[in-house]
Write a protein that binds this ligand. Structure first.
Ligand SMILES: [Fe+2]
Length: 223
C-alpha cells in the first residue's frame, strides 16, 4: 500500500525498521560467533541485547499509533547482512574481524538514518511517546557505532594490517598467504565505515600505505 500521508509513511517506515531489527537479531549471534577479537565478540553480543530492546520499543511505537505490529521486508539491511555472510565464508582471522566491523557499521549507519527520520516524523506528528522511544534507540545505535570505531582503531584494523603478509617474520604464515585477499578486504573496509576509514588514514600517516604497496608487489611477483 502506497503511503498517502506522513502518518502512513511513518507506519511504513516503522515496518521497515521492525523487519531490519528482526533480521539483525538473527545476524548478530552469527557475527559474534565468527569474530576472533574478544572485544568485538562482546560488542556484538551486547548489541544483540540492545537490538532485542529495539524490537520491543518498535512494538511500543506501533501501539502509540494503534497499528498492528508487522514488518515489511527491509531490502537495505538484508543486503548488508548478505554481504556480511559472504565475508564470513571468504575471510578469516583479523581480516574477517575488520570486514565484520565494516559491515556492522554500515548497518548502524543505515539504522541511524532510519531512526533519525522516524524520530523526526514522530515529532512532526506530535507523537511525543514515539519520539522519545525512537530517540532512545537512535542514541544506542550511535553509541554502538562509536564503540565499533574504537575497537577498529585500537585493535582490529592494526591486527588485520599485521596479518596481510607484509614481513618475513610474520607469525601467521597461513594468514600471510591470504594477504592478497586481505588487501581487498582492507581496502573495502576502508571505504565502508567511519572507523575503518579513519584508522586506515591513521595508518597511512604512520608511513604504511600498505594496501596499495601490497597490491603492486603482488602484481610484480605474479608476472
Ligand atoms: Fe537497532
Amino acid at each position: 500500500m502506497a503511503a498517502k500521508s506522513l502518518q502512513e509513511l511513518f507506519v511504513e517506515e516503522l515496518r521497515d525498521a521492525y523487519d531490519g531489527e528482526k533480521r539483525l537479531t538473527k545476524a548478530l549471534p552469527r557475527m559474534a560467533k565468527a569474530a576472533e577479537n574478544e572485544d568485538l565478540r562482546a560488542a556484538f553480543t551486547s548489541h544483540l541485547r540492545e537490538t532485542e530492546r529495539h524490537v520491543q520499543r518498535l512494538e511500543q511505537v506501533f501501539r502509540t499509533v494503534g497499528e498492528s505490529v508487522r514488518g515489511k521486508k527491509c531490502d537495505g539491511l538484508m543486503g548488508i547482512i548478505e554481504e556480511g555472510k559472504s565475508a564470513m565464508e571468504e575471510l578469516e582471522g583479523p581480516v574477517l574481524d575488520a570486514a565484520l566491523i565494516a559491515g556492522a557499521q554500515r548497518a548502524e549507519h543505515y539504522e541511524i538514518a532510519a531512526y533519525g527520520t522516524l524520530a523526526y516524523f514522530a515529532e512532526m506528528l506530535g507523537n511525543d511517546k514515539a519520539k522519545e522511544l525512537l530517540g532512545q534507540t537512535l542514541d544506542e545505535e550511535k553509541a554502538a557505532d562509536e564503540k565499533l570505531t574504537d575497537i577498529a582503531k585500537s585493535e582490529v584494523n592494526r591486527e588485520a594490517l599485521m596479518g596481510t603478509g607484509e614481513s618475513e617474520e610474520e607469525e601467521m604464515p597461513r594468514v600471510a598467504r591470504r594477504g592478497a585477499r586481505g588487501m581487498v578486504a582492507s581496502a573495502r573496509g576502508g571505504s565502508r565505515g567511519n572507523g575503518t576509514s579513519r584508522a586506515t588514514a591513521h595508518d597511512r600517516s604512520r608511513g604504511g600505505v600498505r594496501g596499495n604497496a601490497g597490491g603492486r608487489r603482488r602484481s610484480r611477483s605474479s608476472r
